[in-house]
Write a protein that binds this ligand. Sequence first.
Ligand code: GLA
Length: 387
Amino acid sequence: MTAQRAAELFRETFGEEPEGVWSAPGRVNLIGEHTDYNGGLCLPIALPHRTYAALRRRDDGRLRMVSAQGDGLVETSLDEVGPGSPEGWAAYVAGVPWALARAGHEVGGFDVAVDGGVPLGAGLSSSAALECAVAAAVSDTGGLGLLDSTRGRAALAAACVEAENTVAQAPTGGMDQSAALLASAGHALLLDCRDHSTEQVPFDLDAHGLALLVVDTRAEHALVDGQYAERRDSCERAARELGVSTLREIPLEGLDEALSSLSGDLLRRRARHVVTEIARVEAAREALRADDFERLGELFLESHASMRDDFEISVPELDTAVTAATGAGALGARMTGGGFGGSAIALVRREDADAARAAVEKAFADRGFTAPECFVVSASDPAGRDL
Ligand code: GLA
């Protein structure tokens, strides 16, 4: 997956040169899961895996889209885009200019060729990478200048969230798009989803003899099915019963009291995950500031247990990855992203990375699971122009 390949696909499909090629990364979240739509905190990094968009602006409002991973050209026009239309991968592309126009920006149509290097269905935010690569391209070719400032990038992220929620109709929370546009190499992005403030937290594992291993379990996950929406709905119900706008308003010290006034055990477990997870993100930031990676590993494990037992979004493949990596010496491991499949991450000493990977592969083979994909990642660059 390279910028040149996207440019080549553009030339083959449209018979002319693109104005340029832009790209955006996938992400893994270090900690802070299902906290974004609760006004909470999360701590993602940008992956080295990127999705590329070669684009040329059009003045007639037409949108012509081709994907190296799709089959054939999809055509529509800006005024035909709306809730549920177009469908499939094109929703994540066409939704972006639609949302930018709704936000008051001057945007036209385009021809675009996209090429995705973020594994699909792996919980690594391939959808956000696609939206954000297109958003970067639309901003530059339309002279919007939104890539030039943190504020502009946040506005692009908001448009991408709107595209995903309304056009693709996936009720996600916004972490992924912020990571793709606002993260930076060598840092984790502390994202406060209550006031949308961000902080770059140094995250250079290499300098500490450590590595972050991603295990794509190949247990496919999708955010457009009902489970994600159900979790979001439970959290919103819990907040309503507690008389707060979001669960972020419940401090850890007030958790027991809040839980005792909720109407059932299910809502209690969902709320307990969110409130304790937000506290764990704060603890993770402190651990990173103090270079205390043992502590970070413990927090990973506590977070995983909370997602498995209270939020109930793990699956046997994810639990197996966490147990096997930890058994092979990882400082900690946890599932990352929306859950119900997708990927886990493990914090390992560099010299233990191969053993951890081998232990995970063996545990999967022993249980008869599809072989996982394991790879080491470091915190990479946000969306930008490549060519
Ligand atoms: C998915 C969603 C995000 C976030 C995570 C869980 O990645 O797109 O908004 O809710 O799940 O933390």
